[in-house]
Design a protein around this ligand. Structure first.
Ligand code: ATP
Ligand code: MG
Length: 229
């Protein structure tokens, strides 16, 4: 069974010029442990698709199914619990809490869920991500690459089933971008986390097992079908 799927997913926005169909009748299946990149030109609907798949936004048409559950039947509270426990998020702009140290940022989602931290697991994450000597510092004392690695640790702290990433290397220079991407890929694989990553960078997309290409809100290419695997 697919861990996540969408059927005829559509998202329309009302704007000054009328209705914009940012995602247009998209149906997809994601298997557990997959690493899938979503690519396409600016404005093609990549972020909108990610937001709707991850229930950060509600579709205007179609539905999203997580682990056999139709999310259109969930209320806001059920959705926020699902996001907190089963999904992790990494964004271009790290989004760390500036007043908290790296470690406090990483622990935040676990604390919000009133759970006892799995220290062994978190220590392993911190070591694999190479941020042991940075986690006592505030984000302002970290490089962009270090901040993003802390953000990845935070996203994985609750052992999510799916990690959603929107241009996670977008603010980084080539070298730190590559490091962050290979770490993201490595940890997700090690932990069996499904990784769904938006990028307009073809070098980044090439690292994925599967590449989906969006244009005008529609999937115009799915490497999974293109190569018959
Ligand atoms: N909240 C919103 N209200 C109105 N229109 C929106 C909203 N969010 C996105 N759009 C429109 O939907 C379309 C898709 O936007 P989206 O941000 O998903 O594109 P994208 O592929 O992520 O682009 P980029 O590569 O620049 O991040 C665009 O035409 C955009 O202007
Ligand atoms: Mg975007």
């Amino acid at each position: 069974m697919a861990i996540l799927s969408c059927e005829h997913l559509t998202k329309e926005y009302l704007s000054g010029e009328g209705v914009v169909r940012a995602v247009d009748d998209v149906s997809l299946l994601f298997q557990q442990g997959d690493f899938c990149a979503i690519t396409g030109p600016s404005g093609s609907g990549k972020s909108t698709l990610l937001h709707n798949l991850s229930s950060l936004e509600q579709p205007t048409g179609g539905r999203v199914i997580y682990n056999g559950e139709d999310l259109s039947k969930y209320n806001d509270n059920q959705l926020s619990i699902l996001r907190r426990r089963r999904f992790g998020f990494v964004f271009q702009a790290y989004n760390l809490v500036q007043e908290l140290t790296g470690l406090e940022n990483i622990l935040l989602p676990v604390m919000l869920d009133r759970k006892a931290p799995d220290e062994k697991y978190l220590n392993k994450l911190i070591d694999v991500l190479g941020i042991r000597d940075r986690v006592g510092h505030l984000p302002s004392a970290m490089s962009g690459g270090q901040q993003q690695r802390v953000a990845i640790a935070r996203a994985l702290a609750n052992k999510p089933a799916i990690l959603f990433a929107d241009e996670p290397t977008g603010n980084l220079d080539g070298k730190s971008g590559k490091e962050v991407l290979s770490l993201l890929k490595y940890v997700s694989h090690e932990l069996g986390v499904t990784l769904i990553l938006v990028t307009h960078d073809l070098h980044v997309a090439q690292q994925a097992q599967r590449v989906l290409t969006l244009e005008d809100g529609k999937i115009v290419r799915d490497s999974k079908h293109a190569e018959g695997n």
